[in-house]
Design a protein around this ligand. Structure first.
Ligand SMILES: [Zn+2]
Ligand SMILES: [Zn+2]
Length: 125
C-alpha cells in the first residue's frame, strides 16, 4: 500500500539555503521546514508558516505553567517563559515538540511583528 502524500519535518542543513515553495522565503540552518512528497513530482519544501496554513503541522505559543524541558536544547524553562508547542499532524506517532523561546526563534517559529500600537514585538507566527 502506498500513501498518497508523505511529509517529513526537517531542519535546513548547515551552510544550505532553501526557498519555501509557497511564500519564497529563504530558510537557513537551523530553521525547520517540511518536505512534502506527493508522488512523481520532486518534493515540495514549505516553511513552517506555509506548512501550518496547509495543515501539515500545527503549532502555537504557550506560557510555561510550572516548568518544562525543552526538546531542542534540554534546558528547563520556568514560568512565565513562553514556549512553542509543535505538532506534526501528518507524521504518525511523532510526539509533539516543546521548544523554549531560544529554540523556537532559531528554528523559525518566531517573527517580529508590529502590534496594534505600532510597536515591534517578537511573537510566535
Ligand atoms: Zn513559506
Ligand atoms: Zn531550547
Amino acid at each position: 500500500m502506498t500513501k498518497k502524500s508523505e511529509m517529513t519535518g526537517l531542519i535546513v542543513a548547515a551552510g544550505q539555503e532553501l526557498v519555501c515553495d509557497d511564500c519564497r522565503k529563504v530558510m537557513r540552518h537551523p530553521q525547520e521546514y517540511v518536505s512534502i512528497y506527493e508522488g512523481g513530482e520532486p518534493p515540495r519544501n514549505l516553511c513552517v508558516k506555509c506548512a501550518r496554513k496547509e495543515g501539515y503541522l500545527w503549532f502555537t505559543g504557550l506560557i510555561v505553567v510550572k516548568e518544562m524541558v525543552c526538546d531542542g536544547c534540554g534546558r528547563v524553562a520556568g514560568h512565565p517563559e513562553r514556549y512553542g508547542y509543535i505538532h506534526y499532524t501528518c507524521e504518525e506517532g511523532k510526539p509533539p515538540l516543546r521548544l523554549c523561546e531560544d529554540c523556537s526563534r532559531a528554528r523559525g517559529y518566531l517573527e517580529w511583528k508590529k502590534d496594534e500600537r505600532g510597536q515591534v514585538v517578537e511573537t510566535f507566527l
